[in-house]
Ligand binder design. Structure first.
Ligand code: ADP
Length: 514
């Protein structure tokens, strides 16, 4: 309430406190402050009132305050009602449109105060008026925005979850008209199971506690159909923190949910198929392994008897017979290589591969020893002694041997092969490069050469089984590494593998592999 004459102020001017007070009121420009006599005629007028209403003091004094009201309010006899209310209640606050002298309107916040003399007789009214047009417009704009939004259900609730406002989007998504749902509890939108587990209450509790609740779930439309909704509930609190309700924004995500579910279903099916394929592959590999294994005995017999024929019956064979015998031996040798490679491939896939700390230079040395003396002169190895990887020594040596064999094999017939082995470590990985000056590989073939039996050349041109790189791929994968090739036709190739670097030897690891 306005402290009219009883206020005490710090008073550096030496003037009476009443004068100071009057001075203050008269010079306040953001508030219209004025007095009315008991019948509503203006008796005082400050600068703020002049600014807000547009009347000068001499124009305003003596006029009835109803000049500030819009015609619609005048028809309702609002000025008189307000005076009666102020006289009865002491003071009250209200908001409404008011008119300026030039006819323009402003949204006013009005504080009405009754003034009594010492005997309790009504001597007038005090009015303090603030221009809240900007707030009001913002509020209006906000409401228009919210009310017009179609794609989101936006509504408000009281602290218990009773719906207090309802926009077009809410009507569209949930199917209720405002008059059907305002006043009802928002738990209506939940499924019976969610209601039984008290979810609506928990949502409000979370929003009240944390300021906001966000989630997704099935909700029910007026017609009983379900939709998948994305929900944000925000707690609404006034300046002193008292909870006065919640706002809720809901989006219908049913389509997205359906798509996501479909994608999930497809990916599950795919996973299942991959798993089935892996199982089939494993079975096929097991089959190939056992067939290769079983082929060894008859193969040995073919080679052995061909040898016996050559030694014991040479005299009975003419040139043609000897040619046939040579063909048999060559074919048996090729088959031997194939069987051996297939068995190696099967072994790499099937055996246990305990990984230990392996010296890379030791693995390279092991491989180069098996390579054959004729290549030693054209091989340069640059692998620092202190490089260790997590690997299986035997298998790693085989991988390196396969790469080296290829590097020496696929060279131009008229140029001697030059092969370099280089190693480098960075970011916990060690990369081993095997670089040759050979025929190179066209980009479109660089992917498929890693598959079993994929070869780019006739056997007569470059012999081989097409299994060497498949072994590299499988073995490196099983040692948690990666592999690749950089190559250009006619300019040589660099095949590389990368393995995790091994640091300090762990106490439970033993050096090397058996
Ligand atoms: P193989 O060497 O027994 O033919 P691989 O699986 O080791 O089988 O290699 C598959 C194919 O990849 C080879 O047939 C060859 O065409 C190509 N290839 C592999 N290494 C090289 C290389 N260093 N230079 C050029 N081509 C290569």
């Amino acid at each position: 309430m306005l402290p009219l004459s009883t206020a005490t102020f710090p008073n550096p001017t030496g003037l009476s406190s009443e004068k100071v007070f009057r001075f203050l009121v008269e010079t306040v420009s953001d508030y219209a402050i004025f007095l009315l006599d008991p019948s509503g005629h203006i008796t005082s007028w400050n600068i703020g009132a002049e600014r807000l209403h547009g009347y000068k003091r001499e124009e305003a004094i003596g006029r009835h305050f109803s000049i500030f009201y819009i015609p619609a309010d005048l028809e309702l006899d609002k000025p008189a009602i307000e005076l009666r209310r102020a006289a009865a209640e002491g003071h009250f606050e209200e908001e409404g449109w008011r008119v300026r002298k030039d006819g323009s309107r402003f949204w006013a916040n009005v504080l009405n105060t009754r003034i009594l003399d010492e005997n309790g007789t009504l001597i007038g009214f005090g009015k303090i008026i603030r221009d809240l047009t900007d707030h009001r417009l913002q509020d209006l704009r906000y409401r228009l925005l919210v009310e017009g939004v179609q794609d989101y259900a936006i509504f408000s609730m009281d602290p218990n979850g009773v719906v207090t406002s309802w926009n077009v989007g809410a009507e569209r998504i949930k199917g209720y008209k405002p008059q059907e749902i305002i006043g009802k509890n928002f738990s209506t939108f939940y499924t019976p199971e969610d209601r039984a587990s008290n979810l609506p209450k928990k949502v409000l509790q979370t929003a009240a506690r944390e300021g906001r609740f966000a989630g997704e779930g099935w909700r029910v439309r007026k017609d009983g159909t379900y939709f998948w909704s994305n929900v944000v509930v925000t707690a609404l609190r006034d300046e002193d923190g008292t909870l006065y309700g919640f706002s809720k924004v809901t989006r219908d995500m049913t389509e997205r949910k359906r798509l996501l579910d479909a994608i999930q279903r497809h990916s599950q099916e795919l996973e299942l198929r991959v798993q089935e394929r892996e199982e089939t592959n494993a079975e096929l590999e097991a089959f190939a392994y056992s067939v290769s294994h079983d082929l060894r005995a008859p193969l040995r017999a073919i080679t052995g008897f061909a040898e016996a024929l050559r030694e014991d019956c040479a005299a009975g064979l003419d040139d043609l017979g000897r040619d046939y015998l040579n063909e048999i031996t060559n074919a048996a040798d090729r088959m031997n290589v194939l069987v051996k490679d297939l068995l190696d491939y099967g072994r790499v896939s099937r055996i246990d591969l305990p990984l230990t700390r392996v010296s890379l230079s030791e693995a390279v040395e092991k491989a180069t020893k098996q390579l054959g003396d004729e290549h030693v002169g054209s091989l340069t190895v640059n692998v620092p002694a202190g490089l260790f990887v997590k690997a299986h020594l035997q298998i790693l040596a085989q991988v390196i041997l396969n790469l080296l064999t290829n590097a020496f094999k696929f060279h131009f017939k008229n140029a001697a092969p030059e092969v370099r082995v280089l190693a480098e470590a960075s970011d916990g990985r060690v990369r081993l490069n095997v670089r040759d000056n050979g025929i190179g590989i066209a980009p479109q073939h660089q992917e498929r050469i890693w598959q079993v039996f994929e070869r780019l050349h006739e056997r007569e041109e470059y012999p081989g089984s097409g299994i060497g790189l498949a072994i590299v791929k499988r073995a490196v994968g099983r040692m948690h590494g990666s592999y690749g090739v950089e190559s250009e036709v006619g300019k040589g190739s660099t095949f590389w593998i990368e393995l995790p670097q091994a640091q300090e030897p762990a106490s439970n690891e033993k050096e090397g592999n058996e």
